[in-house]
Design a protein around this ligand. Structure first.
Ligand SMILES: [Fe+2]
Length: 306
C-alpha cells in the first residue's frame, strides 16, 4: 500500500502552486467566480490546506488533491467513448509509425524509480502541454489522428500523449498519478503474452489494436513477464464529469508559463537538462494563447520566477 501522506517534495510543490496562483491573481478570479466554479473553489482550498482533502480507497494522487464531485472508477467501459473506435481503426497506421521510431529514442532516460534502470522508456508526442517536434517528426499520421480525438487533454500540462516501452521481465511498481482530472487510454501496439496491469483491484490485459481506459489516480502497477518489449500508445483525456467551464479554469491555472516551469522541475528532476530550454521557451511562447487578462490579471508580477 502507498503512504497516506504526501512527502515533503510534493508538499513544497503544492505550496508554490498556491503562491503563484495568489501572486498572479488567478486565485481571486476563481474565488470571485460564480457557482459554475464552485467545485474548482473547493479543489483550490483543499490544495491550500484550508479544508480537508477527500480520501478515497487506493486513490491517492500525489500532487493535486482529489477534485470534488466526480464519479471516479478505476476502469471505464471503452464503448462509452466515441474516440475508442477512431483509435482502434487507426491501429495499423499508428503501429507502423511507432515501430519505425529509432530505438535509441528515449525522452527521459529513467534510471530507476518506478522501474529498474533501462526497463522503461517513453517517447512523448506532447509533454507538459507542448508538442515535442523532435519526436513528432517520426509519426506525422499518428499526430494528426490524436489531435482529432475529442476530449483529449494533452494541452493540459499533466496530460500525456506518449509511447511507452516496457522491457522484458520488468515490473513498474504500484503508484498513483499526480492528479485526478484525467482518464487514460492505452492502445496496444506490440504486446506479447504475459503482460498485465493492476488498477486498484482489477487486472487488465492489453491486446494489439484494442483500447483500455482507466484512471491512473488509482493505484496501479504493470508487469511484462515475457521475453519481448511491450509497446502501447498512452493518451490522456479530461475526466468526463468535469464541465467545460471547469476544464477551462483548470487549463488556465496550470498552463501558465511560470506554473509549467515549476511543475517541470518536479517532474523531470535530474533529467531536465536535455529538454529544459526547449520546454521553457515553448511555455513562454504559448502564454500568448492564454486569457491572461481574465485569469491572471497580475501576471506581470510573476515575470521574475522563470
Ligand atoms: Fe502510471
Amino acid at each position: 500500500m502507498l503512504p497516506d501522506v504526501c512527502e515533503t517534495r510534493e508538499r513544497l510543490l503544492q505550496n508554490k502552486i498556491v503562491q503563484i496562483m495568489k501572486q498572479g491573481g488567478y486565485w481571486d478570479v476563481i474565488m470571485d467566480g460564480d457557482d459554475s466554479l464552485a467545485r474548482v473553489k473547493v479543489f483550490l482550498k483543499t490544495l491550500a490546506g484550508e479544508i480537508p482533502a477527500i480520501v478515497n480507497e487506493m486513490q491517492k494522487p500525489n500532487v493535486l488533491p482529489i477534485f470534488p464531485g466526480l464519479n471516479y472508477r478505476p476502469v471505464h467501459d471503452k464503448t462509452d467513448y466515441p474516440w475508442t473506435a477512431q483509435l482502434e481503426q487507426a491501429y495499423g497506421v499508428i503501429r507502423e509509425e511507432i515501430l519505425n521510431v529509432p530505438s535509441e529514442c528515449d525522452f527521459l532516460g529513467y534510471e530507476g524509480g518506478l522501474a529498474a534502470e533501462n526497463m522503461w522508456s517513453v517517447v512523448p508526442m506532447y509533454y507538459m502541454g507542448t508538442p515535442i517536434h523532435y519526436f513528432q517528426k517520426y509519426c506525422p499520421k499518428t499526430v494528426e489522428i490524436i489531435n482529432s480525438l475529442q476530449g483529449h487533454c494533452f494541452d493540459y500540462p499533466w496530460g500525456d500523449c506518449l509511447f511507452s516501452r516496457q522491457a522484458p521481465g520488468s515490473h513498474l511498481i504500484a503508484h498513483c498519478s499526480v492528479d485526478s482530472f484525467r482518464i487514460r487510454a492505452h492502445l496496444g501496439l506490440d504486446v506479447p503474452a504475459n503482460c498485465q496491469m493492476r488498477v486498484k483491484n482489477e487486472l487488465l490485459n492489453w491486446r494489439n489494436g484494442e483500447v483500455l481506459i482507466f484512471e491512473d489516480s488509482f493505484e496501479h502497477e504493470v508487469w511484462n513477464r515475457s521475453d519481448k518489449p511491450r509497446i502501447v500508445l498512452i493518451i490522456d483525456f479530461w475526466h468526463p464529469d468535469l464541465t467545460l467551464i471547469e476544464r477551462q479554469a483548470l487549463m488556465a491555472g496550470f498552463r501558465k508559463a511560470e506554473m509549467r516551469a515549476l511543475m517541470s522541475v518536479f517532474r523531470l528532476g535530474d533529467h531536465r537538462d536535455r529538454f529544459e530550454h526547449m520546454l521553457l521557451t515553448a511555455f513562454k511562447k504559448e502564454d500568448s494563447n492564454l486569457d491572461l487578462t481574465h485569469y491572471w490579471p497580475t501576471a506581470d508580477s510573476l515575470a521574475s520566477l522563470i
